[in-house]
Design a protein around this ligand. Structure first.
Ligand code: NAD
Length: 294
């Protein structure tokens, strides 16, 4: 069984991005700039944004963080996005989700200039992805594709089962795996909360992607021996014995599934790190495209 080590793969992606950034700086270009907007003080969101900012700095990008109050109104958030859209020194914009109830998430995503949509959530990016046109790929599925490629895991002709159909993970993942691209050409089944015979479908998977947000949902009796298992889930589960009072759990019962699988991502240390790698790659792409750098 191969452990699909996100630290190893994301480290290699970051190294090549850092080398490319250094070369650009040496040629006199400015550094790529990712701007993040964080609304409120949700603990998990704070952690994710801090990690994105730090990773930018690690590879020589500039990053800026705009913090808005939990009670901010939609108009203020939209005008913040408009300012970043108009700023030629900002290459990528991300708004950390989830957003508070008073704000319409779709409106916010649509307000981001598609040329700076490094999260790949804008309908324009999603439409291009659907049609196989160059676009920003949502960071998590992008990171998973990079991981499959790094470990040279065969996908052509395989049956991939994706549990979850969200716009940020499950659906784009299913599109990529079924596309005629390297890492694609699978036959894909998408499962969701209304799928009655989930276990039987999962048992047919050569590649199983779990993205439902239910800790340790995928048990050994749902996995075909030899399957490749990609665990996207990240859930904070209370644990008074842990230093922080919680532990991060994936959607897969790792201890019982790992011995059965041919390859598996750990949580933490798997897909989460690849998500950041995907985001950084998108940011450099936005920077190059918007500045006419080939
Ligand atoms: P979501 O809540 O938007 O979507 C969950 C999906 O799972 C839905 O489509 C739903 O139909 C399906 N689902 C829920 N219960 C199910 C069940 N019992 N059986 C079958 N399907 C079921 O979640 P999301 O944003 O797609 O995120 C999913 C998980 O991935 C969460 O744990 C989230 O924290 C994690 N996540 C991790 C990363 C990362 O970088 N590793 C990035 C994004 C999301």
């Amino acid at each position: 069984m191969l452990v699909l080590d996100g630290k190893l793969v994301s480290g290699s992606v970051k190294e090549s991005l850092k080398a490319e950034t250094t070369a650009l700086l040496e040629k006199g270009y400015r550094a790529p700039h990712l701007a993040a907007i964080l609304v409120g003080t949700n603990g998990a969101s704070e952690t994710y944004v801090a990690s994105k900012v730090k990773n930018c700095e690690d590879i020589g990008f500039v990053s800026s963080l705009v913090r808005l109050d939990e009670n901010v109104d939609e108009a203020t958030l939209l005008s913040t996005i408009a300012q970043l859209n108009a700023d030629p020194g900002v290459d990528g914009i991300l708004v950390q989700l989830p957003l508070p109830k008073q704000i319409n998430e779709h409106k916010v995503i649509e307000a981001i200039d598609p040329r700076k949509d490094v999260d790949g959530f804008h309908p324009s990016s999603a439409g291009k992805l659907m049609q196989g046109l160059p676009s920003f790929i949502p960071a998590t599925p992008y990171g998973i594709m990079l991981m499959l490629e790094f470990f040279n895991l065969p996908t052509k002709g395989k049956h991939a089962v994706v549990i979850g159909r969200s716009n940020i993970v499950g659906r784009p993942m299913s599109i990529l795996l079924s596309s005629n691209i390297p890492g694609g050409n699978c036959t894909v089944t998408v499962c969701h909360s209304h799928t009655p015979n989930l276990k039987e479908i999962c048992l047919q998977a050569d590649i199983l992607v779990a993205a439902l947000g239910r800790p340790e949902f995928v048990k050994a009796d749902m996995v075909k021996p030899g399957a490749v298992v990609i665990d996207v889930g990240i859930t904070r589960v209370d644990d008074p014995t842990a230093k922080k009072g919680f532990r991060i759990k994936g959607d897969v019962a790792y201890a019982e599934v790992a011995p059965l699988s041919s390859a598996i991502t750990p949580v933490p240390g798997g897909v989460g790190l690849m998500t950041i790698a995907g985001l950084l790659k998108n940011t450099l792409q936005a920077y190059k495209t918007n500045n006419g750098i080939v």
